[in-house]
Structure formats: C-alpha cells, structure tokens
Unconditional design. Structure first.
Length: 272
C-alpha cells in the first residue's frame, strides 16, 4: 500500500531544506512522484486617507513569478530531480487556496508547523489547509529530514476524524515495527475506552498490523500528554484526527490539533 504521489508545500520566503528532504524520502518509500508547490498572492490596492493607492504593478508581479521560479530551482536541487520524478508548481494566489486546489494531485501532503507570524498573502496556515484539502497531511517537525516511522503512536478519540486518520496512515502502519494506540479518558472510563480500542486493534489486525492498545487517565492538555507519551515510548510518528471540534472552538478554548500544530517536536500525520 502506498500514496499516489507526495506533495510538499514550499514557503516562498522560508522553507527549511529538511522539509523537502523529508518529502523526497517519503516519495522514495511510498510514491513515484514528488510534487513541490509554492504560492504568493498579489496584494490588492490599498486605501489611505480616503484615496485609492495603486496596487501591485506588472513589474511587481513579474518579480513574484521570478521568485517562485527561483524557488523551484532550489526545490529541484534539494529534491534530487536527477534521481526521481519531480514536479514543480507555482501559483499566484493565496497559499491556502492554492494548496487546497492542487492537493487533488497527491495522496499525501507535507507541510510545516504553525508559524508565529506570517500573512495570508505569502504564508500557509496549516490548520486552515488541513480543513480544506481533503488529504492526509504530514506536519513535519522542525529539523527532521527523514522519517523511519518505526514506532507509530495513534492518538485515539472515537470520532470521524480519528477513524479517517487510521485509514490514511495504513502505509506507515504497515511499515512500522511497533504500533501503539492510546486513548485518554476520564477516571472510571478505562474499561469502556479499552472496548473501543479493541475494535480498532482488530481492524488493524485484518490489515496484518499488530497493535498494542492503552487507555490512560486524562491529564491536562491532550496534546501535551500525547507528546509526553510519544517521547517516553520513543515513537517517531503521531497519528491523530484533526479538528474533531470546530476550529473556532479550538482557538478560543484550546484543543489537541491547535496545540500539536504549534508544539509537537514529532512529525504528525493528521486527517480531517
């Protein structure tokens, strides 16, 4: 089982080499094709003191295109276009809208973690992208240039998104030496949680994937607890559903997806 192409989003201004190398290594393992994508949106005219100021000129637009072409050359060099099938695409559009459209071309999307700053015209919003793409998304941890995924930790919650994530992660799970599925539950609910987990374990066994299930008492932030468990268990890939609740609710009250996008030192495979 594999993915029908790997796509990596390349920020026009700042993308680490490691993210492209990671995507290239995944293409070698799971797909024939690696696709790089970058986008910049053309800023509109602005109003100042009641006057409509001129927007981007033709020269500005040509400079944007040249920047994206140059980024493509950088991408091909890092990706090793002489050794594998590599495509480069660039779009003059908002990054999130461009990626949501172009994701139709790949089976797995690789993006970076959430940034502290950046505007919609030149930076990707990872959370928004996951909501729009309809594709499993690997959120690359910083400084990670390869992913063995020998121990995969599944963070389970009995939601549509978690079920989708397990299905989408099957190529990784088949290759893993060890798979653990955990559910954090309230005190006294461990038995009920284990019954749910046993169903998932049996489902994975039908795919010839052995899995160990654990029901743990919930402690503090779900993301913090999941990251701690992954580090204690030496897992190198987290698999979770994304935005089981509304994104607005996560931003107001906190939530697993938001915190993992901001903090996880481990690569996360997410599905919505």
């Amino acid at each position: 089982m594999s993915y029908a192409g790997i796509m990596v989003y390349v920020e026009a201004d700042d993308t680490p080499d490691q993210r492209v190398r990671l995507a290239a290594s995944l293409a070698d393992k799971f797909a024939e094709t690696l696709i790089g994508l970058s986008a910049l949106a053309i800023p509109p005219p602005v109003v100042a003191d009641g006057m409509l100021m001129e927007g981007s000129s033709e020269v500005d637009i040509e400079l944007m295109k040249a920047k994206l072409v140059e980024k493509g050359n950088w991408f091909r060099n890092i990706a090793g276009a002489d050794r594998r099938k590599v495509e480069w695409r660039f779009v003059l559009d908002f990054p999130n809208q461009a990626l949501a459209r172009e994701a139709r071309s790949a089976g797995l999307i690789v993006i970076g973690r959430m940034k502290a700053q950046g505007g919609a015209y030149n930076s990707l919003d990872p959370g928004g992208a996951i909501l729009q793409m309809g594709r499993p998304t690997l959120v690359a941890a910083e400084q990670v240039s390869s992913l063995r995924a020998k121990h995969v930790l599944i963070g389970w919650k009995d939601t549509r998104e978690a079920r989708r994530a397990v299905q989408d992660a099957l190529p990784f799970l088949r290759e893993a030496s060890r798979v653990t599925i955990v559910e954090a539950c309230r005190r006294g609910e461990e038995k009920t949680a284990l019954a749910r987990l046993d169903d998932v374990v049996r489902y994975l066994m039908r795919h010839q994937i052995e899995c160990v299930a654990k029901a743990l008492q919930q402690e503090g932030s779900g993301a913090t607890q999941l990251i701690r468990i992954a580090q204690d268990e030496h897992a190198d890939l987290l698999v979770t559903g994304a935005y089981g609740h509304s994104r607005l609710g996560e931003w107001i009250f906190g939530g697993m997806t938001r915190d993992l996008l901001a903090k996880s030192p481990i690569c996360c495979l997410m599905s919505h």
